[in-house]
Design a protein around this ligand. Sequence first.
Ligand code: AMP
Ligand code: MN
Ligand code: MN
Ligand code: MN
Length: 280
Amino acid sequence: MANYDLHTHSTASDGVFTPAQLLRHAHEAGVDVLALTDHDTLDGLQQAREAAAEYAVRLVSGVEISVTWEGTLFHIVGLGVDEHDSALLQGLAALREQRDRRALVMAQQLERIGIPDPLAGAKKYQSTRVLSRTHFAHYLAEIGAAGSIDAAFNQYLKPGTPGYVATRWASLAEAIDWINGAGGVAVVAHPGRYRLGEPVLQRFLGDFVDCGGAAIEVVYPSLAPDNVARFADYAGRYGLFASLGSDFHRPDTSRKLGQVGSLPDGTIPVWRGRGWNHLA
Ligand code: AMP
Ligand code: MN
Ligand code: MN
Ligand code: MN
């Protein structure tokens, strides 16, 4: 059984490895099929493809799109997208502009509580066109305002803290249309992380399927076995393919490349579904 990791990040968004470094680490970790799924950008894919050829790793062209559904942030991964699709590229460009506008307000709010030069500080960690809360977190840790990246999120960047700015991202329908229009498969990313009760989760999955979504992640590092079973069950009930990925951003966390595990029996892997032709 091949080793799949279908959710990872590079410096094209908020990861610390360049796409080429990511592919090298994936190769060393024994990954056979890797999806690069940077937030709201396809910018890392070309370099990733060149490195994938060098390391004999199969690359899936991916993206992780920021979505607002019922006022809450969701992430929808697109796998096997055509990276030249103009509607997808335009949609992602609009999300990046939204990120830039958000960053200005975040910086003002952080300045107000005494953080020096937050925007310039965050931008030091930005490599391409995506400006992320993670870049602010690196800067807050660097200047000692927080003890770690995680602590920076907890103290300054998550909802209810001084640097948080609510933002309207893509709608669920838009994100799925962009992915499907680009020949990809839309996947609910890390469903356990939204902490949804059953009724809301069911409403969300109903909308996701109605909009043309096709898959759900059922295996990823922090997901406990009972939740793997729970989301595998939902995959069956909603007719969704199953996906898996580390959501790797940087070393020295629990999200390890190539150690994601395997999909439970009874699920249909996303690579067997429609779109597989694009994934290879
Ligand atoms: P953004 O898309 O700019 O709003 O930033 C969201 C990203 O921040 C996510 O993709 C994660 O990589 C990261 N993130 C969110 N919450 C946390 C947290 N509590 N600790 C560490 N990283 C986080
Ligand atoms: Mn991230
Ligand atoms: Mn995510
Ligand atoms: Mn991710």
